[in-house]
Ligand binder design. Structure first.
Ligand SMILES: Cc1cc2nc3c(=O)[nH]c(=O)nc-3n(C[C@H](O)[C@H](O)[C@H](O)COP(=O)(O)OP(=O)(O)OC[C@H]3O[C@@H](n4cnc5c(N)ncnc54)[C@H](O)[C@@H]3O)c2cc1C
Length: 305
């Protein structure tokens, strides 16, 4: 078997068995996707990104919380994040995960927590992006977004191009001041509700982006797929969007070259900067998407000897 083909087969096999890879290897290989364990680490990375001409969104790692105390601790941490962003004059907003803020404990409890975060953001002139998690959260996420956006006006949400429902969700977004991050989607969903073909998801991404633009929504175009970056810039030109009416978004540790190309072309670009001690589930998701995960894992294993 040619070496390239063998590696890609090995990649696919490894992705299926990533949960069996020792935690310290995952940590070592995924380190580039995470700013560090502390808020100070995140602030340092955001400062560097700002100097490189990129904006940021800070994400406190953690999800699927089942205890109220943990959700409340996350709210407190986000309040510290907003204070630090303002004190240091950084160009960053925040991203939150509803299952970290207690969605699986109780929807009302979670909504109150998000309201606290949104109010703190508003008092400092900042903005809160609600990440989209797996399909068990979609309806509640959109409900909480609609209700709190109507009240606070400084929230955004995420739609996933792999979901069959997404074009319908675009049509139902509130008209005023909507701000939507569009991404492909990362969770493993059944085919019944999610498109599976690589090109199908791309096509749905482009259709959803065009609908968002036509509806006057501020789109945050979250992708490292060069094809989609090119399709998005074509749509931006065709619709004559001003530079301050959209942004690109990319993840920390992924394709810095594409990031620099987009910034050099004059587009605004925001980098997602996760930090915290609960790095494992996020890192596994990132490694699953890394086309060279096998090479990195093998290298980390060899370096250990
Ligand atoms: C800012 C941001 C926020 C996001 N928020 C959400 C969210 O709220 N909900 C959600 O479901 N998903 C979210 N995602 C993840 C998203 O859904 C995709 O899973 C992810 O972006 C990969 O899709 P892609 O468009 O980059 O295309 P892909 O086809 O996956 O990647 C295109 C190319 O990018 C490179 N690449 C991609 N990922 C990696 C990686 N991990 N390591 C190394 N190279 C890589 C590879 O060269 C690959 O060929 C977010 C993504 C971004 C950029």
């Amino acid at each position: 078997m040619p070496r390239g083909l063998a590696m890609s087969v090995f990649n696919r096999l490894l992705v299926g068995t990533l949960p069996l890879v020792p935690r310290f290897i995952v940590g070592r290989v995924a380190a580039r996707y995470v700013a560090g364990a502390t808020l100070e680490d995140a602030l340092r990375v955001v400062g560097e990104l700002n100097r490189q001409g990129a904006m940021a969104t800070i994400d406190l790692l953690g999800e699927e919380v089942s205890e109220r105390d943990k959700a409340l601790a996350a709210v407190d941490e986000y309040l510290r994040v907003f204070a630090a962003i303002q004190e240091r004059g950084l160009d960053s907003n925040v991203s939150i995960k509803l299952t970290l803020l207690g969605l699986k404990v109780d929807e009302g409890f979670c909504r109150d927590n998000v309201a606290t975060v949104a109010a703190a953001a508003r008092s400092r002139g900042n903005f809160v992006r609600i990440d989209m998690e797996d399909s068990s959260c979609t309806d509640a996420t959109l409900r909480i977004y609609r209700e709190l956006q109507a009240r606070h006006g400084n929230l955004g949400v995420v739609l996933q191009a792999y979901m069959r429902r997404t074009l319908g969700d675009v049509a139902e977004l509130p008209r005023e001041g909507a701000n939507v991050r569009l991404c492909k989607g990362i969770y493993v969903e059944p085919r019944r509700i999610a498109w599976k073909g690589y090109d199908t998801v791309r096509a749905n991404f482009v259709r959803a982006l065009e609908k968002l633009i036509e509806a006057g929504v501020y789109p945050a175009i979250a992708t490292h797929d060069e094809y989609l970056a090119a399709a998005a810039t074509a749509l931006i030109d065709r619709h004559g969007l001003r530079r301050d009416r959209y942004e690109f978004q990319m993840l920390l540790g992924v394709d810095q070259e594409l990031r620099e190309i987009l910034i050099a072309a004059g587009h605004r670009l925001r980098v997602y900067v996760p930090y915290g001690r609960d790095w494992y589930p996020y890192s596994i998701r990132r490694l699953r998407e890394n086309p060279e995960v096998a090479r990195h894992v093998l290298r980390a294993l060899i370096a250990r000897r």
